[in-house]
Design a protein around this ligand. Structure first.
Ligand SMILES: Nc1nc2c(ncn2[C@@H]2O[C@H](COP(=O)(O)OP(=O)(O)OP(=O)(O)O)[C@@H](O)[C@H]2O)c(=O)[nH]1
Ligand SMILES: [Mg+2]
Length: 379
């Protein structure tokens, strides 16, 4: 390489944030103004550098299960990391990287349902955690109510924020039937993660009962994992894929910013057979996700992504966008994108991502009131 050429390889490999990578390029550009800044090789290296680094972290037993399933399905856009105090759970999990935390305090045996032990385990290994956290977007997945996820996740979120990552948290709320003690632990854990997360989406397990009252608990957990994986995968596709009408990282990042003091968010994914009345029904369903029950009237920014095969018509996209526009406040901004997915054939996938709605579970944890009870009369 001549001294007039830039070698971006080292920056591409580095784990610093996309902003820092860009600053470094700008610095090098200034130093070396006569070099080959516009040729294809440089541009291709530049694209590698500007690639958004995403990391999905599963914390505790539930989080490890979710991430293992995600890893099994595979996603080229993301690295996965499982963190646990329980060596057995961690060993049988599947992720690109694993971290057993709190060996001194837990001896690899879990936290015994104690969030203060989960938190102490994370602090014990804070340097190792910080070392592996360098990404632009960090997704956290865990079940609230136990000790490891509930106690360690707020500390992992804090470290991710220190590294200037955007932190997106998906956490399940225990079934009412799991008992008051577990729900109270969940409430405290939720309150603790609020400060260090940009987008916070609690998913109440109870809402699974809306689909099937007799659901076995293990099946319920599997469905919940599936929902989480689909949400994360769709977001990753938005950030990393070039669609026909493109939504990019900057758009998604705006949605993940807090609207006020508290982190919130709305996400819903549905698939329609493509006929008009079904398109309208599924567009509404994406926005009124029955698992989250968000209030779309709190949305102030919204992204709608519509995917279909090459025959996806403008009129179908228009129907979806018009339906969603009617369900959110008039002054809310809406951006839509479309992407090709030949595997969908005649089906149409709709994803709504919104900023603004605060989960009633987050409100309850802040106010110190009880979590909402599921309305069994509507089940
Ligand atoms: N989605 C999903 N949720 C689960 C699963 N297992 C448990 N949960 C839920 O997650 C909550 C926390 O449980 P765990 O993840 O096992 O707890 P932990 O974080 O490992 O904490 P300790 O084992 O006490 O150290 C439970 O109360 C359940 O509501 C699972 O496999 N998938
Ligand atoms: Mg555990």
């Amino acid at each position: 390489m001549s001294d007039k050429e830039f070698d971006l390889t080292e920056i591409a490999k580095s784990r610093i944030s996309v902003r820092s990578r860009f600053t470094e390029i700008a610095r090098q550009n200034k130093l070396n103004q006569t070099s080959n800044l516009d040729d294809d090789k440089y541009l291709s290296d530049l694209l590698k550098i500007l690639k958004i680094k995403s990391l999905v972290i599963g914390i505790g037993g539930a989080g490890n299960n979710t991430v293992s399933r995600m890893q099994d399905i595979g996603s080229k856009f993301v690295e996965t990391l499982n963190i646990n105090t329980d060596a057995h759970d961690l060993y049988y999990s599947n992720a690109n990287k694993k971290l057993l935390i709190g060996k001194e305090i837990c001896n690899g045996l879990g936290s015994g349902n104690d969030p203060s032990i989960g938190a102490a385990a994370a602090e014990e290994d804070i340097e190792r955690i910080s070392e592996v956290l360098k990404a632009d977007v960090v997704f956290l997945a865990f079940g609230l109510g136990g000790g490891t996820g509930t106690g360690a996740a707020p500390i992992i979120a804090r470290e991710a924020k220190k590294n200037k990552a955007t932190v997106v948290t998906f956490c399940s709320i225990p079934f009412t039937s799991e008992g008051k003690e577990r729900r109270n632990r969940a409430k405290t854990g939720l309150k603790e993660i609020i400060e260090n997360t940009d987008c916070l989406i609690p998913i109440p397990n109870d809402n699974l009962l809306r689909f099937n009252k007799k659901i076995p608990i293990l099946t319920g957990f599997k469905i919940m994992d599936e929902v989480l994986i689909r949400c994360i995968r769709e977001i990753l596709n938005l950030i990393n894929n070039c669609g026909l009408i493109n939504i990019d990282y900057a758009d998604v990042k705006k949605i993940f910013e807090k609207k006020g003091e508290l982190p919130g968010g709305l996400i819903g994914i549905t698939e329609s057979y493509g006929e008009e009345s079904d398109l309208i029904k599924k567009a509404k369903l994406a926005l009124h996700n029955p698992l989250l029950e968000p209030d779309p009237m709190q949305v102030d920014k919204c992204i709608v992504s519509v995917s279909g095969d090459h025959k996806l018509s403008l009129s179908k996209i228009d129907k979806i966008i018009a339906t969603i526009t009617d369900e959110i406040p008039e002054e809310a901004s809406l951006k839509f994108g479309t992407a090709l997915d030949p595997s969908l054939k005649s089906k149409v996938r709709i994803m709504a991502l919104g900023r603004g709605p605060i989960s009633p579970y987050v409100q309850a944890s802040m106010n110190g009131t009880d979590f909402p009870q599921p309305d069994f009369t509507t089940l």
